[in-house]
Design a protein around this ligand. Structure first.
Ligand code: GLU
Length: 419
């Protein structure tokens, strides 16, 4: 039925949904309506490469549901991007926005490409042509893209400029995660990582773990993993290892995050940082630590390695890093406290929402105001999830997902079925 989306990550999102639908006892008549992505667009993107050849890339945008407002979610530039993957990520955005009370449905999009092999000019032409192809599908009241894996503030600036040129005037509210100078929000770049660190500290309170005596391992050193590691270090947590696509660096005595920052500026890479040894991404996940933060791609903690991870808090900064068969194993390990992805990484979309509101009002807030409002929302979402998990004896994942799914299902029921 949903063959066009066939993909392991989409299967995973559906499996999670089916478990939640059973738990909520959603009537069969509503399940398909809540689960199935509302609309999807596939475009081909011809790009003139620097060598004069024309290469055609595939681009996607999936809008999961339209019942609570415009749709919202990132744009991913990565070789593995497929329609099914972005559909799964769009579903998760729906539950994430509903869990944090944002007036959005979920969306996600992307282009199958390797941005690391593209020149700045090729990347700009790709981004602009992709934006041009999806113009009828996006807009401040329709669908608002943001950065994700492989995209950043510059990508958003090009998207905003391309859209604005088409409309005839500046439309900052069409994307979030823009440079602050173009109507971006203070604090947006750091929001996801800081949110992760905030929720880790809430989990430590619950577990009775002291920051100054604890250790963390972070897989993925993009915008999210890097800021999460720096923020945890500021709380006094020792960072034992961090990694990027090429592997990790490890120091059992802890990595000096300020010095690593300097190393990154000069070497544009974490590798070769003095005092560390190399470790591959699979082994990195198995390092004994208090806090394990997968901040890269989906399906990293699987049925194969879940029994061997050695942490007390599993903070899912990435979307979908843990497979359902790994969940079964982790659920049998009560010593591990899970902060599920739709809660753990929600800081990004929450501040994206603030950015959109500021753009629509042309009235901008201080960083302190942004951060204060962010932490209030995350605190509410954390305590609602935690209390529900406790009262109904659910895992944190099931509690978070059921809060999100229920809000979407309720909205659809209240609005009724048209015609
Ligand atoms: N790509 C981010 C996410 O997965 C942010 C989405 C947004 O800010 O709209 O949550």
């Amino acid at each position: 039925m949903m063959d066009v989306y066939k993909n392991p990550t989409f299967d995973m999102a559906c499996e999670q949904f089916d478990l939640v639908a059973d738990l909520l006892q959603l009537p069969q008549s509503e399940r398909e309506r809540v689960k199935r992505p509302k609309r999807s667009l596939v475009v081909s993107i011809p790009v003139r490469m620097d060598d004069g050849q024309v290469k055609v890339f595939s681009g996607y945008r999936v809008q999961h549901h339209l019942s609570l407002g415009p749709t919202k979610g990132g744009m991913r530039f990565h070789p593995d991007v497929t329609l099914g993957e972005v559909a799964a990520l769009a579903m998760w955005m729906s539950w994430k926005c509903a869990l944090t009370g944002l007036p959005y449905g979920g969306a996600k999009g992307g282009v199958a490409c390797d941005p690391r092999t593209l020149s700045a000019g090729e990347l700009e032409r790709l981004t602009r042509r992709f934006t041009q192809e999806i113009i009828p599908f996006i807009g401040p009241q329709i669908d608002i893209p943001a950065p994700d894996v492989g995209t950043n503030e510059q990508t958003m600036a090009w998207m905003m400029d391309t859209y604005s040129n088409d409309i005839g005037h500046s439309v900052p509210g069409v994307v979030t995660g823009k440079p602050v100078n173009l109507g971006g929000s203070l604090g947006r770049r750091e929001a996801t990582g800081r949110g992760v660190a905030f929720l880790v500290s809430r989990a430590m309170d619950v577990m009775g773990i002291e920051a100054s005596k604890s250790t963390a391992v972070v897989q993925g050193f993009g915008n999210v993993g890097c800021v999460a590691a720096q923020s945890m270090a500021k709380q006094g947590i020792k960072i034992l290892a961090v990694s990027d696509v090429d592997g990790g660096i490890f120091n059992p005595n802890g990595i000096d995050m300020t010095a690593l920052d300097q190393h990154m500026i000069t070497h544009r890479s974490i590798h070769g940082f003095p005092g560390t040894t190399s470790i591959n991404n699979a082994d990195l996940l198995l390092i004994p630590c208090d806090i394990l933060v997968p901040a890269a791609l989906e399906r990293q903690i699987t049925g194969e390695n879940a029994a061997r991870i050695q942490c007390r808090i599993l903070a899912e900064a990435a979307n979908g890093p843990t497979t359902p068969d790994a969940d079964v194993i982790i659920n049998q390990r009560p010593e591990i406290f899970l902060i599920p992805d739709i809660l753990c990484n929600a800081g990004g979309v929450v501040v994206s929402y603030f950015e959109w509101v500021q753009d629509l009002q042309s009235f901008f807030w201080s960083e302190a105001e942004v951060m204060d409002k962010l932490y209030r929302i995350l605190e509410t979402a954390f305590s609602q999830t935690f209390n529900m998990a406790k009262q109904q004896k659910l895992t944190m994942r099931m509690a978070a997902l059921s809060l999100g799914v229920k809000r979407v299902a309720d909205a659809k029921r209240m609005r009724g079925l048209f015609p």
